[in-house]
Design a protein around this ligand. Structure first.
Ligand code: C2E
Ligand code: MG
Ligand code: MG
Ligand code: MG
Length: 276
């Protein structure tokens, strides 16, 4: 067919033939190019950046922490969000060196903020599932703390339910090792993954991060409101903290505060920005 190119591919160790459309070929080439560019960005060092989004206490209204969020200032495409490149960073394994760098960079900034701001209680850093499951994550976290001499209790690691669920026994052991370093542990996007009440019982978690999808609907959708309220109650009963992500409107803040949610993060308070 005129629209189809044929490429030889290795199939189960044997040489076989498979048809790819030009669209598939183009998308593969784009991925490979982006991966090569990402590799270069890591070695050049200045294209990858962390932006920081404030986390506000619902009681005091003060900024009590920040979440570090990765950005790639791509030479031709401009500022890219993780959604544009995190899949490639994961599949190529490049998320490991990127994540190692991000930990150190975020700890450096946390150390500075801590020295200047008495209300500062935490710097949250995202860990990918691959980082959590395959890298020497305990060493990486420990190294970042030692290198920057940041007190461990000022670092919070955000982990998703999907990172934990792939190997629950290893995950428990790993979480306890991280906890031994003295860092805080948060479950990111809570309620969207394979939420299990069992792991809340067994895992040394400090914070549940209520996913933006529930916050989005909290004003107009009774089910979203009920879920958000239930997460806050669950956290209170287990002695965990709560933070809501994606708070954009005053009404969302009012409801979350009334529910007893501790902290709030979202465009209502500030978009992620370079620390300066
Ligand atoms: P996340 O950890 O759930 O981060 C929240 C995302 O929601 C961020 O997107 C943030 O910019 C965005 N956000 C915050 N408040 C609002 C709001 O009020 N409205 C809207 N519409 N969006 C809001 P971002 O920075 O694009 O990051 C996307 C995801 O990429 C993150 O989701 C996180 O899973 C991942 N990520 C970011 N930085 C890193 C990193 O350093 N390492 C790893 N492994 N993953 C990262
Ligand atoms: Mg996060
Ligand atoms: Mg999140
Ligand atoms: Mg999210």
């Amino acid at each position: 067919h005129a629209d189809t190119a044929m490429y030889e591919v290795k199939n189960n160790g044997k040489n076989g033939y498979q048809f790819f459309s030009h669209e598939m070929h183009k998308s593969l080439m784009n991925r490979l190019q982006l991966e090569a560019e990402l590799r270069e960005a890591i070695s050049l060092g200045d294209q990858l950046q962390l932006h920081y989004q404030p986390q506000v206490s619902s009681l005091s209204g003060k900024v009590v922490g920040y979440e570090a969020l990765l950005r790639w200032n791509h030479p031709t495409k401009g500022m890219l969000s993780p959604f544009d490149f995190i899949a490639i960073a994961e599949s190529s394994g490049l998320i490991i060196p990127i994540g190692e760098w991000a930990l150190i960079e975020a700890c450096k900034k946390a150390k500075k903020i801590h020295a200047a701001d008495s209300h500062f209680t935490r710097m949250a850093v995202n860990l990918s599932a691959l980082q959590f499951n395959h890298a020497n994550i305990v060493d990486h976290v420990n190294n970042a703390l030692l290198l920057t001499s940041l007190p461990a209790h000022l670092l919070e690691l955000e982990i998703t339910e999907s990172a934990i669920i792939s190997n629950v026994d290893d995950a428990i052991a790993l979480l306890f090792k991280l906890k031994e370093l003295g860092v805080l542990l948060a479950i990111d996007d809570f309620g969207t993954g394979y939420s299990s009440l069992n792991y809340l019982k067994n895992f040394p978690i400090d914070t549940l991060k209520i996913d933006k999808s529930f916050v989005d609907g909290i004003v107009n959708n009774q089910k979203d409101a009920a879920i958000a309220r239930t997460i806050v109650q669950l956290a209170l009963n287990l002695g965990l903290g709560t933070i809501a992500e994606g708070v954009e409107h005053e009404e969302q803040y009012e409801l979350l505060k009334a529910m007893g949610c501790n902290d709030l993060q979202g465009y209502l308070y500030g978009k992620p920005l370079a620390l300066e």
